[in-house]
Ligand binder design. Structure first.
Ligand code: ADP
Ligand code: ADP
Length: 223
């Protein structure tokens, strides 16, 4: 799987606000890195630039030799953001099927059932987003992001509305899945506990513009 190399990566918004100052950072292939830092420090901007959803004003992102746009086009990259952008007229299953179709992957109903169960939505595969709680919608978005078996997974506070019990279950199950698949994962979170439970490495950013102020290896023996 590809790693991610950010070189001199910077973002100044058109209104002059410097969200990310030139940042050099490498994320190892197949590892999970949690990104923590105060609200507004530039975490989402960084993630969106890596996802190819925001144009850097300086520097570059290299994903195993390719720019983000190509990785996105080849459906090797999935994102799940705070605001789960599910299509409202499609069921949970329908949303996952669409992601698979766009990624040119085959639709295997039993695989979808397994993912829906993993995120604790068994029995809700045929519900539409409006029938689900905010936390359930976030879990559906996580299932959709995992369905295409991306090599790169970018998560921006994906558990914000998820209840504590499910969150704990996900913190157990997701690292196992990522490890089995060799997924390179970046996780933006406000929770240091979550960062420790889910990741191999934690990067702490300073208040805006984002600079790395701590870079910690997590060595947690997972059951
Ligand atoms: P977060 O929860 O990650 O801090 P924000 O609340 O800062 O997210 O931003 C939510 C959305 O609003 C993002 O898509 C971001 O691009 C947009 N946004 C945030 N601040 C501004 C701004 N000053 N001008 C325009 N859009 C903004
Ligand atoms: P974080 O995810 O750490 O909360 P963001 O990356 O969302 O931080 O935002 C970093 C800074 O950039 C904030 O001050 C935010 O208001 C600003 N910002 C985010 N998106 C935009 C935008 N589209 N236009 C202008 N400013 C933005």
């Amino acid at each position: 799987p590809p790693g991610i190399e950010c070189t001199g990566l910077a973002k100044t918004y058109p209104d002059g606000l410097v969200a990310v100052s030139p940042l050099d950072v490498t994320f190892a292939a197949g590892k999970t890195t949690a990104i923590v830092g105060p609200s507004g420090c530039g975490k989402s901007t960084l993630l969106r630039m890596i996802a190819g959803l925001e144009t850097p004003s300086g520097g570059s992102v290299d994903i195993g030799g390719s720019p983000p746009a190509e990785t996105l086009r080849n459906a090797q990259l999935s994102v799940a953001f705070q605001d789960p952008s599910l299509l409202p007229w499609r069921t949970v299953r329908g949303n996952i099927e669409l992601a698979l179709t766009l990624a040119r992957r085959s639709i295997v109903p039993s695989d979808i059932d397994q993912l829906v169960e993993l995120v604790g939505l068994d029995g809700f595969a045929d519900a539409r987003p409006a029938e689900l709680s905010g936390g359930m919608r976030q879990r559906a978005a996580i299932a959709r992001a995992l369905a295409t078996e991306p090599r790169l997974l970018l998560l921006d506070e994906p558990f914000g509305a998820v209840d504590e019990l499910t969150r704990r279950q996900l913190a157990q199950d997701l690292p196992r899945l990522w490890e089995a698949r060799g997924t390179t994962t970046l996780l933006v979170t406000h929770s240091v506990h979550e960062a420790i439970m889910l990741s191999d490495r934690i990067i702490a950013l300073s208040p805006r513009p984002a600079e790395i102020v701590a870079d910690i290896t997590v060595d947690l023996a997972r059951p």
